[in-house]
Design a protein around this ligand. Sequence first.
Ligand code: 3IX
Ligand code: FAD
Length: 618
Amino acid sequence: MGITDMQEAFYYRECAAAHENSPLGLHYAMFLPTINKQATPEQKKKWLPLAENYKMIGTYAQTELGHGTFIRGLETTATYDPKTKEFILDSPTLTSKKYWPGCLGKTSNHCVVMAQLYTQGKSHGPHMFMVQIRSMEDHSVLPGIEVGVIGNKFGYGTNDNGFLSFDKLRIPRENMLMRYSQVGRIPRENMLMRYSQVSRIPRENMLMRYSQVHEDGTYVKPQNAKLAYGSMVLIRSSIVSDAARGLAQACVISIRYSAVRRQTEAYPGGEEPQILDYQTQQYRLFPLLASAYSLQLAGKYVFNTYLEVNDQIEKGNLESMPELHALSAGLKAFSTYEASAGIEVCRICCGGHGYSQASGLPKIYVDVVPGCTYEGENTVMMLQTARYLMKCYSRAKQGQKLPGFVQYIGQNLNKKSCMSEEVALGCLVMAYEHRAARLVEAAAMRMQSLIQGGKKQHEAWNGSSVQLFWAAKAHCHLFCVKNFVDAIQAKSLSSKTVTVMKSVCQLYGVHGILENLGEFMQDGFFSGEQVGYLQRKMLALFENIRPNAVALVDAFDYPDMVLGSCLGRYDGQVYQALYDYAKSAPMNQTEIHSTYYKHLKPLINPETTSDAMQFAKL
Ligand SMILES: CCCCC/C=C\C/C=C\C/C=C\C/C=C\CCCC(=O)SCCNC(=O)CCNC(=O)[C@H](O)C(C)(C)COP(=O)(O)OP(=O)(O)OC[C@H]1O[C@@H](n2cnc3c(N)ncnc32)[C@H](O)[C@@H]1OP(=O)(O)O
Ligand SMILES: Cc1cc2nc3c(=O)[nH]c(=O)nc-3n(C[C@H](O)[C@H](O)[C@H](O)COP(=O)(O)OP(=O)(O)OC[C@H]3O[C@@H](n4cnc5c(N)ncnc54)[C@H](O)[C@@H]3O)c2cc1C
């Protein structure tokens, strides 16, 4: 392609083969970024040119048959042999076989492998290693390696997710990605490669990051063990926009189709209305349209935050790592949950045609829904965010100032909503802050009471994890609402655009409250009368959004070739497109299908079926 910008290359691939999940997807999304972020300058100098020019094609092999979530429980081992200055990679058990990595079964000839590092008889936890798995001459599998595909999946048909195991495979010491932790002496020139003059680096930086070790394999700890998890944070930060894109495309298809489809006379003898005029269709689709806009804004925010924090990390300042982890983990979970559920509603809103591949919706769904699992199973990710919120809560209770977006935690909960008929954006934000603060406090109180009752920390954690999940979900929901409101209020949009977008933003906030009413009303924050305001406002917003609904999805500007949908075509020629799609079905290339002669004819006309066929039938 010759496109050098990663993001542009990503969008090109999205257009050229939308939702096809390229067999090189992991090469771009994780193999290249892992070399970029986890390799030393020397290693980058050696591997990046090869990988960028497809002279190395790789994937990210971390998950095993027995472990995906619990990285510290991974069983693949990498044991350092000081005599030969090599690592010995081994899959000691059945459950240690790598299982799931994308593009692994047949495509990749290399992979970055997450394995438990052992040196001098001690385990140092999961680390990344560069491993060649296939010959660069003829793509044959190298000795000491077993690799293959895992078979059919729910979707992702074009991705050869695979399994991989090692039988005491030896790799050079230089193949451990050593940017943040090392084994075996680091040549002085490496230091120079990272920083122009070793002398110019304050000594504590060198000790913290590039301190010397002996050739006997003494291990040098990284500044933070979680630096090795960096590639996952990058992808989680990218997945939010990915989920938003999928939901937005499903909204384009279902709302355009709902403007074309007419069904059921509105009154005896009357005209059949556009199904988009049914209030129930608006109730199902318009909040999803609002959610698509909200998640797109959230995706931009979290990816920009990733870039900023990653810059600081590369300079040795790890201060914002915990906040980035909490934000990316929570929003990855929140966005993929919301998008997956929303795409399914869009499909159902298209009736029978929504169930056809011709709609383009099943393909979008099976492309987005695994995002609830990969890159960190959603519940686990929400609980990671909850872990951070608990820390923030105790800091708030100690009177400490909290960073940026979590300042709402620990606020005075003894207040009522300011909600009026107008449903001001500020009152919406206040409601979400109150709900999140209350759920964070309730989870913290629950944990405290269990511990005071004699439970151990891990028992109290598990005994509070439902409420911890609720708190994290409310935190992410607040983020999306507040981020949307800030965008509306900060944007210098034209007055007409602001009016329309303000309605979309209001609908996102109002609908979210009505769909989670118990959490907003449990402490009497809202009165029944105020709930009535919200219900009437939601119905009014449907009417307000209806005239601009098609324009609001056109604004996403997805070309027909990306949507791949007979229902969501820009020209609205749905029925002709469906008929053409049907006519082009492979089974219609012959009038009588070959199976007629073998299976049907003997039933229908047994007397005319030749004896041989009869015999074949028996
Ligand atoms: C530029 C364009 C790029 C192109 C990308 C384009 C599009 C992307 C969109 C879509 C994706 C496309 C393709 C990709 C498709 C498929 C790829 C899937 C690949 C995979 O599917 S690849 C495997 C993923 N597999 C996981 O995702 C495992 C999840 N499991 C874990 O991640 C850990 O297992 C965890 C965290 C559960 C426990 O880990 P643990 O047991 O070691 O930690 P523990 O609980 O003990 O402690 C916790 C302390 O660590 C801190 N902490 C933890 N993690 C941190 C981090 N990341 N950063 C900073 N701090 C962190 C905490 O904040 C806390 O801190 P504190 O203690 O202060 O509270
Ligand atoms: C399409 C697809 C592509 C993938 N690509 C890759 C890849 O390229 N590279 C790679 O390495 N991996 C890949 N994976 C694997 C993926 O990263 C893992 O499946 C994911 O991390 C979840 O781990 P798991 O499968 O072990 O699920 P588990 O962790 O076993 O989850 C099962 C259930 O247990 C629950 N659970 C687990 N731990 C906890 C806990 N501590 N607290 C509460 N509940 C818990 C979960 O919430 C979940 O409900 C891919 C997976 C898919 C589906």
